[in-house]
Design a protein around this ligand. Structure first.
Ligand code: SAH
Ligand code: SF4
Ligand code: F3S
Length: 454
């Protein structure tokens, strides 16, 4: 039986897309492997959002292709965002590479790779190949939203990602995603509801809806009873018996209206966590970033969500060192972090991306300043995050028990509604169930607890 190894960089969207590809290989009779020496097909799902992400994928593939081949027929492929932006040129970087498929071709990857592998096995290749097959598929696909296939989450998983819309038309001045993920398109609601029902039948308890701007789902559909298509979708999914938890990521302040804020008051399955990218606390920088909102609007939205759901955990993305960012701008970002008291924040040093407006701005910030701001902000973020976690010690939380702890397989790991990881003693709760837990200890980012019986 041939085997495939799939390595994934990038966001949850990419993780989901990799799962879709994996399930197509499984259906075709392949096994999944983590062993680079064993694999007959090696695929890397790539991210292009920052330079570092691209370098990681290129470096990894370079090393893999340079191995003395025990299996000279191995098929090597890049998938996803970096393919979209670099396309054919990737074959110049890595000649041995066989396949390059963009973000609209995940549903074709299996057929392309399988055909190639079968033909090579038929040819009885004994010497390592010097040049790859160089198959490149990065074009648009008509009716793509119907090709976002259902897929099986990894065996035994009680959580699953479900893609509801793809693409982005926002054109933030720093971001490459609009050119890698293409125009926005939403899946038909019936498809999504059916997929979630099937997942629940297979034991999934928690579903995370994915989209680049997830709340723009069905943006061309009319508002009904004051509710957007996205809120109506949340309501329909909430009705599914057996589904215990509903999450979505990432929302954007644009189109984030009262109906979505209100959803936190009457949809109890909607988890008490939102990952809500802020990017900057300075209006001047937000404008240069082409983010269509003022920081005050962002902060107000956070506050009204916390009114609707008092225990809401808010996490965010922040970019430091955007071109022209002064110390004053940076201090405004820091002040916004203090005001909102984020549960956590991903801080990114601005990375110039090809063919974006910001990359051409002439007041780029030097690496030293980016690093200083990154370091300084991280201290603030970590201090606040730790304090918020510490405050949970002694409280009771419901956790969805997901499986053995990654660091100690004798213990179990789950997550609270606020999406915080909690470790509990092994054998005290069943995987795939929601357990009441008293939090007993906190070490910064991890909570420890014990199952309560009453
Ligand atoms: N669609 C999401 C973001 C997807 S990209 C949204 O707009 O909410 C994930 C994060 O990467 C962004 O929130 C941003 O903080 C960061 N990012 C994007 N482009 C970047 C760049 N050129 N340099 C540094 N960080 C970047
Ligand atoms: Fe990038 Fe902006 Fe689109 Fe998010 S909304 S993916 S940051 S262009
Ligand atoms: Fe990266 Fe593409 Fe996601 S660029 S962040 S993998 S949409």
């Amino acid at each position: 039986m041939p085997s495939v190894l799939i390595k994934t960089y990038g966001c949850q969207m990419n993780e989901r897309d990799s799962e879709q590809v994996a399930s197509m290989f499984l259906a075709g009779g392949y096994t999944l492997t983590q062993d680079e020496k064993e694999a007959d097909v090696i695929l890397i799902n790539t991210c292009a959002v920052r330079e570092k992400a691209e370098l990681k994928a290129l470096g990894k593939m370079g090393l893999l292709c340079a191995r003395p081949a025990a299996k000279p027929w191995v098929v090597y492929g890049f998938m996803g965002c970096m393919c979209q932006s670099r396309a054919q040129s990737l074959f110049r970087d890595i000649e041995r590479l066989d396949v390059v498929t963009g973000t609209r071709h995940y549903h074709n990857v299996y057929a392309i790779c399988n055909r190639l592998l079968r033909s090579r096995l038929g040819m009885n290749i004994t010497e390592p190949l010097r040049r790859g097959a160089h198959i490149c598929e990065v074009g648009e696909v008509e009716g793509f939203q119907n090709e976002i296939r259902d897929h099986l989450p990894p065996a035994g998983s009680c959580t699953a990602f479900v893609s509801i819309m793809q693409g982005c038309e926002m054109r933030c001045s720093y971001c490459i995603v609009p050119s890698t993920r293409g125009a926005e398109c939403s899946r038909p609601a019936q498809d999504i509801i059916r997929e979630v029902r099937e997942l629940v039948d297979r034991g999934v308890k928690e579903v995370t809806l994915l989209g680049q701007i997830v709340n723009r789902y069905g943006k061309d559909e009319p508002v009904v009873d004051g509710k957007s298509a996205f809120v109506r979708l949340l309501e329909s999914l909430h009705d599914i018996d057996g589904l215990e938890r509903l999450r979505f990521t990432s929302p954007h302040p644009i189109g984030f209206r009262e109906d979505l804020v209100n959803a936190y008051t009457y949809l109890p399955k909607l988890c008490s966590h939102i990952h809500f990218p802020m990017q900057s606390g300075s209006d001047r920088i937000l404008q240069l970033m082409r983010r269509p909102y003022k920081n005050e609007k962002y902060l107000r939205l956070c506050e009204s969500m916390r009114e609707a759901r008092p225990d809401l955990a808010i996490t965010t993305d922040i970019i430091v060192g955007f071109p022209g960012e002064t110390d004053e701008d940076y201090q405004e970002t820091k002040a916004a972090v203090e005001r909102i008291q984020f549960d956590n924040a991903f801080i990114f040093q601005y990375s110039p991306r090809r063919d974006t407006v910001a990359a051409a701005m002439n007041n780029q910030i030097c690496l030293r300043v980016k690093e200083e701001r990154n370091h300084d902000l991280l201290e603030t973020v970590n201090r606040i995050a730790t304090a918020r976690n510490m405050a949970l010690v002694g409280t009771e939380q419901s956790i969805l028990v997901e499986g053995p702890s990654k660091t100690n397989p004798d213990r179990l790991q789950g997550r609270t509604s606020q999406n915080k990881p909690v470790i509990i003693p092994g054998g005290t709760a069943q995987v795939g169930t929601i357990a009441p837990v008293r939090i007993t200890e906190c070490t910064g980012f991890t909570l420890y607890g014990e199952v309560t019986t009453d």
